[in-house]
Design a protein around this ligand. Sequence first.
Ligand code: AGP
Length: 609
Amino acid sequence: MCGIVGFVGTENAKERIVDGLKRLEYRGYDSAGIALPIDGKIQIRKHVGEITNLEKIIADDSFDAPVGIGHTRWATHGAPSDINAHPHGNQDDSIAIVHNGIIENYQEIREWLAREYGVQFKSETDSEVIAHLIGIYYDGDLLSAVNKAVEDMRGAYAVCAIAAAEPDKIVAVRKDAPLVAGIGRGCNFIASDIPALLKYVREVYLIENNETVVLTKDDITIYNDRGQKVKRDVFHVNWDADAAEKEGYDHFMIKEIHEQPKGIQETLMRRVDEEGNINLDGIAMTKEDIEGFNKVYIVACGTAYHAGLVGKSLIEKLAKIPVEVDVASEFRYRDPFVDENTLFIAISQSGETLDTLAALREAKAKGARILSVVNVVGSSVARESDDVFYTWAGPEIAVASTKAYTTQLICMYLIALYMGRTKGILSQGEYDRILNELKALPEKVEEILAKEEQLAFLAKKFHHKEHVFFIGRGLDCGVSYEGSLKLKEISYIHSFAIAAGELKHGTIALMDPDSLVVALATQDDLYEKMVSNIVEVTARGARVIGMAKEGRVEIEQVADEAVYIPSCADEVTPVLTVIPLQIFAYYVAKERGCNIDKPKNLAKSVTVE
Ligand code: AGP
């Protein structure tokens, strides 16, 4: 996904910008570029491919300045190419911009600019129109030109602009795309994401929607959409910059898999006090609110959606409220039944997923109460929600989500327990029992992590398979979807998840000796039915990895391989069952020589539709 970094100081903008862009590499990109005002002109250099390609063409010492903007692009309009890479300049390159997001009416603006001003476009991008708009409105004041340009634009954007005639400043503006200003000493930064700035600053201003910000080396001024100055509290970033390094692991993904006991512990600790009460500090939802909800919608994308599937079972079982789970891209266009008695739960690691954000706004407009489960503090989803239940996974760098998922699950348990208890539906005994099971999870996850070698062995054995099926019943069903997504997104193996009981209604036709089936059989009351499903697929020649709780050794008689999770209550199995699936996917991808942390065609944060 696109990344923005800008710097205003007294020297060496190039070094800071390139460093910031590298810290955003994990988001995925296809080209990179930088623009600097040098000797009364703006010089733009950009290159398709990795940042190292850009570094080669900006290595000369004469290409540097105290101010500059940089960008990593993930193509939306126009193929990845040098020309389509950002920054983009206006006709005479007296203005340059970088842009994240999409300008929906760019065709209309292009035609108008060509007709009225004879503009000749260099790229196929929607973004280039922004540079030309600012260029035609510019009369010596970049701020006012940016403000005028924004009036013509429809869509989502975070834009940073520089002008050759004002080489000491950056003007930036945002709508529905993140932007953060970093407060330095004698210098200031602007970026699309906090990690880009962490090497240099820890104090930042989170820029809100429809705000414009002017940065000089000594000052950061934020304006609202009426042109009034806005006072913003400084946000202190606590993350350890080292948390964004691999710490000796081969990949971020496996490092993050190993961080799960800590993430789970942390997420629990933040909300459960020593007496075992769930505290909702910072959440305004009252007992009356909870009693008033007659429906819950859980809406998310990808892995976060899979956490929602488990959340549905938990809330329905523990709080007895009907729950619908929907993928955000469907929810937002289907005019769902939402009103003021609806609780809308958005789940998102990044908090910037465009479809999730749009679904949230749709629900909000219909009067729903918005509770979000988010990992990135200060993200758009968090800011636009009534209440936020943060996951404490820490920054997740690998594109494949792992620790975000398990911490999202923990939040779903806590929300369901709290609602059930508040409504008086869940007895104290049941509440204590489940809470104690949750508290035991970090240790049990450690036990599974200790079995990494077994999973690496299974990956070696099965990595050549081209079709893998994940099956399960009850809570195992939702986890199957996540296991399947994990495998396909990093190993590029075709995988498919299905409720085990559905097999015989069609999918079983695909079973043959080339098939691998990963069968999750961790639910006590559904165990025998799963054993029957395993027998059904092995009868067609499929090979099976069966997963069950320790002690369920019968599975070894029907499956080719057995993987055990520590004994636990059925309700909490998803947090454990997913761990071997993540590790298996990781080692399969490793065996196949895949780019594990940055799989092809994927981006960490999907901020376009
Ligand atoms: C997970 O491995 C994925 N890469 C992806 O499905 C992700 O979960 C999805 O894009 C949602 O992202 P979010 O949690 O940041 O909203």
